[in-house]
Design a protein around this ligand. Structure first.
Ligand code: DAH
Length: 347
């Protein structure tokens, strides 16, 4: 065959190839057509290998045709790949698009989250009972979160809290203190005692400490890795377990109403002795646990700079989400964080 005839054949192959590439439904298909047309065993490669048997003029004509064929096919393949990638991206966007039209035209201007509302109501109730509000940091030292609460480094009860530790190796100046995300609001007890002693403002101490806590937990119907607690600390002379249960019962009636009541069930916490779980009665007669409580352990008083011979006290820690669920009949704690307007708008 002459160079001109062979060149004509390349144009036929290119025309057919361009048509197939333009219709290729997927990037995988584009790549397979490309290798079929330009790969080692393709007709174009075979023609290129045969060029050595042609005379100079035929070789020049065919060489130019083959170069053009390769350039055109490669460009068409690249263009088709771009087009398909854009189309796949549009499909992903369309699939992930949130249809918010049902919220258009609603009068809602937004409002505080139900958990925040509970937090504020709880502060109101406790301030009404004569308490002040104290806060502490969410990033804590191991000492405040555990050791000062009568949980030395090797204490087995540490495993009650699945702790998120911070890697501080790159934080120059932090020293060798182990930092963590507080697993409960109880460290604020110790901070409050130390502050009161330092500033000469107490005891007596009557505080509540609301705030966020963190645990390495998988979310399920009753657990979230980030949640809220409210801690109470009372330190005075001659405080007894009767004061503790009386305070919890007063709170229960003030927050939930006269129909509900509380009970204490013996339990164990390292920072209180004796310790108890607090349950709140349900309209159907069942009980739901809201937290723990007890008489402040002498070691905790000492860590707070107080003499256990002179002072005694009680403490409790309640889950704010738990209290919210009881009061508003929410059955899955995850509803608080999924941001479903149908849930949020009810409150
Ligand atoms: N800090 C405990 C927890 O998160 C709850 C708790 C128990 C707090 C007893 C207290 C207490 O103040 O006295 O599991």
């Amino acid at each position: 065959m002459s160079g001109a005839e062979l060149a004509e054949e390349t144009r036929t192959l290119v025309a057919a190839g361009l048509a197939r590439l333009a219709d290729a439904p997927s990037s995988a298909e584009v790549r397979s057509i490309e290798s079929e047309l330009l790969g080692k065993r393709s007709r174009l490669t075979e023609m290129k290998a045969g060029m050595r048997d042609l005379d100079a003029e035929d070789r020049r004509v065919l060489g130019a045709a083959l170069n053009q064929a390769r350039t055109e096919l490669e460009a068409a393949a690249a263009e088709r790949l771009d087009h398909l990638a854009a189309r796949e991206r549009r499909a992903v966007l369309a699939a992930e698009r949130l249809d918010l039209t049902e919220y258009q035209g609603r009068a809602s201007t937004g409002h505080r989250h139900l958990v925040t509302q509970t937090w504020e109501r709880l502060e109101d109730v406790f301030v009404g009972m004569g308490f002040t509000v104290a806060t502490g940091p969410e990033v804590e030292t191991d000492w405040f979160n555990f050791e000062a609460l009568n949980l030395p480094p090797s204490h087995p009860a540490r495993s009650l809290w699945d702790t998120l530790y911070l890697d501080t190796t790159d934080l120059d100046g932090v020293g060798d203190q182990q930092l963590l995300l507080r697993t409960h609001t109880s460290p604020v007890q110790v901070r409050t005692m130390l502050r009161a002693v330092r500033e000469g403002s107490g005891p007596p101490i009557y505080v509540v400490c609301p705030g966020r806590a963190y645990r390495q937990d998988t979310a399920d119907a009753t657990h979230l890795p980030v949640f809220h607690q409210i801690e109470m600390l009372v330190i005075d002379r001659g405080i007894t377990m009767g004061d503790l249960s009386g305070t919890i019962e007063t709170f229960t009636k003030a927050y939930f109403g006269q129909e509900l009541t509380s009970r204490l069930r013996p339990s164990y916490f390292p920072f209180t002795e004796p310790s108890a779980e607090v349950d709140i009665s349900q309209p159907d007669g069942s009980w739901l646990e809201v937290g723990g409580c007890g008489m402040v352990h002498p070691n905790v008083l000492r860590a707070g700079g107080l003499d256990p011979e002179e002072w005694s006290g009680f403490a409790f820690g309640f889950g704010i989400e738990r209290l919210t669920m009881i009061r508003h009949h929410v059955t899955d704690i995850r509803d608080f964080i999924t941001n479903d307007m149908r849930f949020l708008e009810q409150f």
